[in-house]
Structure formats: C-alpha cells, structure tokens
Design a protein around this ligand. Sequence first.
Ligand SMILES: NC(=O)c1ccc[n+]([C@@H]2O[C@H](COP(=O)([O-])OP(=O)(O)OC[C@H]3O[C@@H](n4cnc5c(N)ncnc54)[C@H](OP(=O)(O)O)[C@@H]3O)[C@@H](O)[C@H]2O)c1
Length: 265
Amino acid sequence: MDEVTEISEDDKTFITPYLPSGAIRDDDAANERPFVTLTYACSMDSMISLSPGVRTTLSGPKTKSMTHYLRSNHEAILVGVGTAIADDPSLTCRYPRGNAPTAIQPIILDPQLRWDVQSSKAVTLARKGESKAPWILHAESASPRCISDSAWEYIPVPDHVSTGVPASQSQSRLQWVSILRVLMQRDIKSVMIEGGATVINDLLLERKMIDSVIVTMAPTWLGEGGVAVSPSPIFKDGIRVNAACLKQTAWRQFGDDAVVCGRLV
Ligand SMILES: NC(=O)c1ccc[n+]([C@@H]2O[C@H](COP(=O)([O-])OP(=O)(O)OC[C@H]3O[C@@H](n4cnc5c(N)ncnc54)[C@H](OP(=O)(O)O)[C@@H]3O)[C@@H](O)[C@H]2O)c1
C-alpha cells in the first residue's frame, strides 16, 4: 500500500476553492443539504476499472495523497454497493496530521441490501475502533436480514417517488434529494462521493446536487470492456447535447497524473 504523505502548500492552494464551505441552502430548496464533492480517478479513455467488479489502481502516490487530503476535509465518504462489493474499501482517511481516521463517516449506498456487511474491511476496522461504523443506506422497502450493530448501522431512505409508488416496485433507484436529506438529518454537512460508475454517471446529471467535481486522470488507457464514466445521453428539443460540462475549472499535475477541478454547469 502506497504511503499517504502531506501534499505541498501549492497543491493545497489549488484545491482550496473546491473544498466544502459548510452545508448548502439551494435557492429553490427550503432545507439545507450537505456540500457534495464528486470525485474519482479515470484513465485517458474515461474508464474507472478494467472490467466490472475489478479493482484497478489508477491514482499515483501523489494523487492518492491528494485524495486523502480531500477526505480530511469532508465529514463523510459515500460509495455505491457495486464498489463496496468489488473493492472492499476501507473508507478511512489516512492523511498525516489530518483528522483521525475515526473522524470520517463511511457510507454505502445499498438500496436492496446486497453488501455482505459482516465480512467487510470497513466493519472489521470499525470493530477494532479504527474507523466509524459504516452507515448502510437502504430503501425503506428493503428489510435488513440482521439488526444494526455497534460496527455498522442500517439507515432507511424513503423510496417513494412523487407518484406515490414505492420505487422498489419499479426500480431500486433512490432520489439523491432523499439521500442527502437523510445525511443532513444526521448532521453530515459535507460528503465526498467516490464512485463507482453507476453513482457517478447518475450524479453527473444532477448538477444542482453537486458542488465540486474533482477528477484524477491517469496517463493510461484501460481499453474496451472497462467500466466507463459516461452519463446517459441528454436531448434538448430532440437534439442530442453534451451530457455534463464543467465551469470554473482548474488543472494541475500531481506526479504523472492530471487533476481537474470544477463545478457542473
Ligand atoms: N477509479 C475510481 O475512482 C473508482 C472509484 C470507485 C469505484 N470504482 C470502480 O467502479 C466499479 C463499480 O461501479 P458500479 O457502477 O458497478 O457500482 P457503484 O456505482 O459503486 O454502485 C452501483 C449500485 O449502487 C446502487 N445505486 C447507485 N445509484 C443509486 C441511487 N441513485 N439510488 C439507489 N441506489 C443506487 C445500485 O444498487 P442496486 O443495483 O442494488 O440497486 C447500483 O447498482 C468497480 O469496478 C470499482 O472498482 C472506481
């Protein structure tokens, strides 16, 4: 495992404008929601892993340290259940002189409760007191097979869509507004969403929910058959348009990798 080291003052200056500034009150929303940073590492062909379910290292040592610096500036990290199953991530912050690893809240988005909680690395670390107990966000309509424990907590998210039909009866997708509301109710004021592809592709189309996007690009091509970040096509007046764009961008080299920061247009 690469060592996580401190990043330079210049690197911090580059990242600072994109770091959380407290909870967000959207213009058209009555309630506050957490500041949301969407972040991932991809190849030159926009792939985040070699094939579905295969853990693929893309970040070099410097961007890995940058990611842990980012974690040290957020209250929670969220990944989808696909990533939890494929990568068995620790979801801790190991940034030196940052917050303790136990300061950041790991969160798994697992609407249908597919993740094998008890044998996971995140729960093992929580049992040893080396991280917070992960939260498992599931659809209200799904019932956990076991009860919450001191090493993990199941948290239901309302899955009723505006038609009043439980989402589980048509699809398992939860509304991001509901997910973020649940986090805010638990006093999470900033969350770093780290993947995987389904979560990222979904969120790139939810521009009002995302405050910063920070992407590491590794100088490699993973090739066909990889897992791609590529949101669903968007049409306006029947004409295909760009699915998502960044504004207020800043680019910087970290070792061999490039990092681009921006906000969704
Ligand atoms: N390079 C990187 O930075 C990076 C980072 C993370 C992961 N990865 C890679 O990404 C791959 C995993 O990606 P993935 O697309 O398979 O998995 P994923 O995005 O981690 O998880 C997808 C699952 O999360 C649930 N989900 C997503 N959006 C949801 C929503 N709005 N509401 C409710 N549930 C939602 C769904 O679960 P259900 O199907 O149960 O409904 C969905 O199938 C792995 O190979 C991993 O290594 C790479």
